[in-house]
Design a protein around this ligand. Structure first.
Ligand code: ZN
Length: 191
């Protein structure tokens, strides 16, 4: 159990030991509620077939919402980045979750991400701008440039947020002002 808890992000060995001790002290009902919550979330939450964010519904609430502007798609690495935009910006377009970013060092190539799905979505029509919101670091920038080159022949605007975001920082932890400014000052990647 300590090994498994230790695999969670931000949980070191000592925290894993403390959490395991806490679970040991739980009564049986509390412990069952925890395991049930984990099982339920794994059974019910799946990627949306349109934008690939994790959701209980398919299409997800954002893809299904007719009030959202479907002509703008913001491309992010993970579902948690969508939550950051929803919580900390006035963005009212739609999203596309790549499922990570290109990383030659980690052996992550275009085929490991939902890039083909994004291109298919654009070819399907109705999208006039793609805003690339991969995280501001070397791999995130390389991913943005790769996407811009792939999207360019499809003749829609491609822009990149990032100004104002600290290099190496994460969208997930950006505050409202920073995220909103990064959106407003997005720069064109294609002509
Ligand atoms: Zn969706």
């Amino acid at each position: 159990m300590i090994d498994e808890l230790g695999k969670l992000p931000g949980v070191g060995k000592r925290s894993a030991e403390r959490l395991a001790m806490h679970v040991l002290r739980m009564d049986k009902r509390e412990a069952s509620a925890l395991t049930r919550a984990i099982e339920e979330v794994k059974a019910r939450v799946k990627p949306c077939t349109t934008c690939h964010q994790l959701s209980e519904n398919d299409p997800c609430d954002i893809c299904a919402d007719p009030r959202r502007d479907g002509s703008i798609v913001c491309v992010v690495e993970d579902s948690s980045d969508i939550w950051a935009f929803e919580k900390n910006s006035e963005y009212r377009g739609r999203f596309h979750v790549l499922g990570g970013r290109l990383s030659p060092l980690k052996g992550i190539g275009p085929e490991d991400l939902t890039i083909d799905e994004l291109l298919d979505r654009i070819r399907g029509g109705g999208i006039s701008e793609v805003i690339i919101a991969t995280n501001p670091d070397v791999d995130g920038d390389a991913t943005a440039l790769y996407l811009a080159r792939e999207i360019e022949p499809l003749k829609i605007a491609v822009s990149r947020i990032g100004l104002g975001l600290p290099v190496g920082g994460s969208l997930e932890f950006a505050d409202h002002r920073t995220l909103q400014k990064a959106l407003q000052t997005r720069q064109k990647l294609t002509d």
